[in-house]
Design a protein around this ligand. Structure first.
Ligand code: KG4
Ligand code: ZN
Length: 332
């Protein structure tokens, strides 16, 4: 078939080994995600060498499962898309090499996909009728940015973090509090039992431009707990979460106003956060714009978003060169 509609996506940029089949950049036929969280948890963070080895072991069965769950055979795949950056170099190389090998063996095109572009397309997989321009708040373990999405492939980063990413702040605070890894989901749950107004943590740069800074907030949590060793951990979690969400939402809604966005959409692992989701929706209702929250599974790393972005790339730019390398610091 010549329209390359059935795309196999592969995602191995960090600690999820994922494969998916998506038709025409829109219909998810299968999406398999194998998380390595248990392998890394006892080290309190992702260990790059362990991640690459796990990808090597898991990728072949994960790809096979994605093809079977889609009700397809290998010969039904029209193109193979894989994340080629940003991410951990060893992990990226596993996915990129496997995708190229499959594309060569199956005699179909290979497409390299920017992981961040994948996160931008995730929302469209669930809501194809989203109106543009859209303000996308992309918040993950490695990135925190505001993107003005004007059209498919047409976007502008209007702000990003000057130090820690939002997810990184969650992970570091959780580690400091001895809560475990990854910190986001644990703090999210613990915060349910705490008072978000208990501690007034700083909101760095809240009303100033579109860049973010979370390193001071993290330090201030550490200092507070040192000074008040008996403080309720749930109150710390809830107050920290409130400070992060408050800054993220304040900037996103201000940006949406300035750029005339039809709505605000969130993406990346931190977009799974309960308080952030609630605060984005409240802000959008108040401002009379659309608020779109992809499902939690679509917010965190997955390969369906990579297959979708790959479909758009293939149709706009054609296949990638087979010598395309992995690029750990690729930007949007
Ligand atoms: O997008 P993602 O799956 O991987 C990266 O590309 O980084 O994001 C992972 C990050 C981690 O820092 C994790 O702690 C955070 O997303 N995260 C959350 C939640 N679920 C995951 N942060 C806050 N609340 C959550 N519910
Ligand atoms: Zn991600």
């Amino acid at each position: 078939m010549s329209d390359f509609s059935q795309i196999l996506g592969i995602e191995t940029s960090c600690d999820e080994t994922a494969a998916a089949i998506v038709v025409s950049g829109q219909t998810v036929r299968s999406s398999v995600v194998s998380s390595q969280i248990e392998l890394h948890a006892r080290f309190g963070g992702v260990v790059p060498e362990i991640a690459s080895r796990a990808h090597v072991e898991l990728l072949t069965p994960v790809v096979a499962q994605a093809v079977v769950e889609a009700g397809m055979e290998n010969s039904d795949v029209h193109a193979v898309a894989a994340t080629y950056g940003p991410g951990l170099i060893g992990s990226l190389l596993v996915g990129v090499s496997a995708a190229k090998a499959l594309a060569l063996v199956w005699d179909v095109p290979f497409v390299g996909v920017n992981h961040l572009e994948g996160h931008l397309y995730a929302a469209f997989l669930e809501e194809p009728s989203l109106e543009l321009p859209l303000m996308v708040l992309l918040v993950s373990g490695g990135h925190t940015m505001l993107v003005n999405m004007k059209g498919p492939g047409d976007y502008e980063i209007i702000g990003s973090t000057v130090d820690d990413a939002a997810g990184e702040a969650y992970d570091k605070v959780a580690r400091y509090l001895g809560l475990g890894y990854p910190g986001g989901p644990i703090i999210d749950e613990l915060a349910n039992e705490g008072d978000p107004t208990a501690i007034d943590f700083p909101r760095a740069m809240r009303n100033d431009g579109y860049d973010f800074s979370f390193s001071g907030l993290k330090t201030s949590v550490v200092n507070h707990v040192r000074k008040h060793p008996d403080v309720d951990a749930a109150d710390v979690a809830a107050s920290f979460q409130e400070a992060v969400s408050d800054v993220l939402v304040a900037k996103a809604r201000r940006a949406a106003k300035e750029y005339g966005s039809k709505g605000i959409c969130i993406g990346g692992g931190v977009a799974a956060n309960s308080r952030l989701r609630e605060a984005v929706l409240d802000a959008c209702v108040e401002d009379g714009i659309q608020g779109f929250l992809p499902s939690r599974a679509m917010c965190t790393d997955n390969a369906a978003m990579i297959a979708a972005a790959g479909w758009y790339r293939l149709h706009s730019d054609g296949p990638s060169r087979i010598d395309l390398g992995a690029n750990p610091s690729l930007s949007l």
